[in-house]
Each structure stands twice: as structure tokens, then as C-alpha cells.
Design a protein around this ligand. Structure first.
Ligand SMILES: Nc1ncnc2c1ncn2[C@@H]1O[C@H](COP(=O)(O)OP(=O)(O)O)[C@@H](O)[C@H]1O
Ligand SMILES: [Mg+2]
Length: 341
């Protein structure tokens, strides 16, 4: 990933483009968002990650004009957002927040159908869409469409919130710590569901979290923010293995060896198979290195035989190879992006 250079002609190409976007709240000592330039590629899930108060929510809320930038531009689909009507802009953008904000006196189907109804869809079309969405978010329609929000658990309400945001099929989803107030087990399940749903619907998703594990799990790319600035914009693996500076390294716990191992597959580091007559334990080539390490340690051997889907040997994984992956990240090493100032 790259941040665009700031000269002359338009080099950005994302579906959401922040172009030196700033937000100064009246009376604040420093900008909440400080000349952020980045582009979000269509169909990607990009996570804004950083400590509380670093500007994640402010940056996000400028996309659907809940906040107005005080400097720079934001383009959606190539159009500067102020050239669109707010209603038109928001129709393209689903919005999910921590407090779902379902209407308590409306049944689930009515809650999900709010936007389609505003858009003037007919009753049959809305009903069909509602059922389709309930199905998508894992709530059987017959069972849930006529309930009230108060009859659902927090996790289920969050699913309804997601369904509602998807209702009019927006191309962009903004999700601001949607799972933060939910217990661990349910959160993990919702994250898995989001990954599954994203595979089906392929939205462009801007997702805010302060939870590193969540970011790593969900993101195609992570934007690390500190005091209103983008510090690094990169893949989860690069964020962990090539943190742009000490702040990123500390934030993500880049020295957490296991976490890094879990992002790489056996196939990506194995050595080609060589004839041997020793019987080593087998490991699938698509297993991650964290599992492989556990297997290696429990097998009490110094080597594993890597196999493909048909259990045919395709390579070997040694403890030495694994050790090479577990060296602490070199913080001073090259990173693709650093903050613009
Ligand atoms: N409506 C507002 N008025 C004034 N200051 C605000 C407002 N919203 C956020 N801020 C300030 O802007 C900074 C960034 O806040 P925010 O975007 O909410 O951070 P994050 O979402 O990363 O926790 C903070 O210093 C916060 O106090
Ligand atoms: Mg926030």
C-alpha cells in the first residue's frame, strides 16, 4: 500500500480518498485529524487502529459528513463528497456503531427496513430483502423478523445493526468499534461472521478498533494512527514485522512471536522435499506457523514433513527455519509508509 505523493496531478485511486484531510475542533489545542492522506481500495476491509483519542472516529465521521473537515478533501468514488447531497452520500454508506441504536418500539423487520422504506421500495421487495439479510447475518428470519430489539441479546442486536446498515446495499460500510461492548466469545463469533459476510458481499469497509487482535484478524490493511496522524498504512503482516517506528512496535506488540507466526503458512517458508526415510510427523502446507511450532514441539522431533491436500509430501519444516521467523522485528527496517507531517 502507498500513500500518494502530494504534488500536482491526482495519484490517488481508492474508492475512499482522504486528501490532506484535517479536522480542528473549535478551541482545541491541536487538530483531531491532521492532514491525513490515504486511499482505501474498493472491496478492502481497512482498519483504523490507534489509542483512544487519536482521531479514528473523527476521521470516519467525516466520510459520511457527520463531521465537516476543516482542511483538505475527501472523495468517494472519485467525487468530492461536498458535491453530493448528504442524503445521496449516506445512501452509499452503511454505518454501524457500538450502540446499535435500534428503534425499541419497532420489530426487527421494520428496523432493518427503515432505509429501503425511505427509498420508496414496495412492501414485497422490503420483506424479501429483510429475510435475505437476516439469513446473511445468521438470524433465521421466521424466528427473528417479528421480535422487538429488547428480546434480543447484545450480539444479536449487533447483527441486526449490521443487517440494517447493509439494507440498501451501500458500497461502503463504516464500522466504529461495532463489537467493543460485546463479550469475548460473542465478539469472536461476530468477527468470524463479518469475515464470512465480507466474502459474500465484498463491501469497502472502514473499521475502527483499538483492539490489535481484532485489527489483525479482520484487516486487509491497517492504518495506524497517533494524535491525528497516520503513522503507518500497511498489511497486518508488515505492521507486525516491519513496524514504522517504536510507537507502532509497542502498540501492536510486534515482538509477540506467536502472533507473527500465526500470520504465516508452513508453505511460505518450507524447504523443498528431499528424499528421506525417516518418519516425521506431517503438517499441512496451509497450516500456520504457530500450529506448526506446537506440533513440532509436541512431536519431539526436529523436523516436520509438509504435505499437500492429498497428504503427499511437498516439503520439510525444520526448527531452524522456524527460528529464523521468530527473530524480533527490526524496528529500524524499511517500512512502506510513514506519516506525512
Ligand atoms: N465533537 C467534538 N468536539 C470537540 N472535540 C472532539 C469532538 N470529538 C472528538 N474530539 C476530540 O478529538 C480527538 C479525537 O477524538 P476521536 O476521533 O473520538 O478519537 P478516537 O475515536 O480515536 O478515540 C480527541 O482529542 C477528542 O477529544
Ligand atoms: Mg472512537
Amino acid at each position: 500500500m502507498k500513500l500518494s505523493e502530494s504534488w500536482g496531478k491526482r495519484l490517488l485511486s481508492g474508492i475512499i480518498e482522504f486528501d490532506h484531510t484535517s479536522k480542528n475542533f473549535p478551541g482545541a489545542l491541536r487538530p483531531a485529524v491532521d492532514a491525513v492522506t490515504l486511499d482505501v481500495q474498493e472491496g478492502h476491509l481497512v482498519v483504523l487502529l490507534g489509542p483512544s483519542g487519536c482521531g479514528k472516529t473523527t476521521l470516519m465521521k467525516m466520510v459520511n459528513r457527520l463531521y465537516e473537515p476543516t482542511g483538505g478533501q475527501i472523495r468517494v468514488g472519485g467525487t468530492e463528497i461536498h458535491r453530493l447531497k448528504v442524503t445521496e452520500l449516506r445512501r452509499k454508506i452503511g454505518y454501524v456503531i457500538q450502540q446499535v441504536g435500534l428503534f425499541p418500539h419497532l420489530r426487527i423487520n421494520k428496523n432493518i427496513g427503515v432505509v429501503p422504506k425511505m427509498l420508496g421500495w414496495d412492501k414485497t421487495r422490503i420483506e424479501k430483502r429483510v429475510d435475505e439479510l437476516l439469513e446473511l447475518v445468521g438470524l433465521p428470519p421466521q424466528e427473528y423478523r417479528n421480535r422487538y430489539p429488547g428480546q434480543l441479546s447484545g450480539g444479536q442486536q449487533q447483527r441486526v445493526g449490521l443487517a440494517r446498515a447493509l439494507a440498501a446495499d451501500p458500497s461502503i460500510m463504516l464500522m466504529d468499534e461495532p463489537f467493543a461492548a460485546i463479550d469475548n466469545i460473542t465478539r469472536t463469533r461476530l468477527q468470524d461472521e463479518l469475515i464470512r459476510i465480507q466474502r459474500t458481499v465484498r463491501k469497502t469497509i472502514l473499521f475502527v478498533t483499538h483492539d490489535v487482535e481484532e485489527a489483525i484478524k479482520l484487516a486487509d490493511e491497517i492504518v495506524i494512527m497517533e494524535t491525528g496522524k497516520v503513522i503507518q498504512y500497511d498489511s497486518p503482516l508488515n505492521i507486525l514485522t516491519r513496524p514504522a517506528n517504536e510507537f507502532v512496535a509497542r502498540l501492536t506488540g510486534a515482538n509477540d512471536v506467536l502472533r507473527r507466526l500465526s500470520l504465516q503458512t508452513v508453505g511460505s517458508i518450507m524447504q523443498p522435499a528431499v528424499e528421506n526415510n525417516r518418519n516425521f510427523q506431517q503438517v499441512p502446507q496451509d497450516a500456520d506457523l504457530r500450529d506448526a511450532l506446537a506440533l513440532l514441539l509436541s512431536s519431539q522431533q526436529e523436523e516436520l514433513t509438509v504435505v499437500d491436500g492429498q497428504s503427499q509430501p511437498v516439503g520439510r519444516l525444520t526448527l531452524d527455519l522456524l527460528r529464523q521467523q521468530t527473530r524480533p522485528a527490526d524496528v529500524s527496517s524499511t517500512s512502506t509508509v510513514t506519516a506525512e507531517s
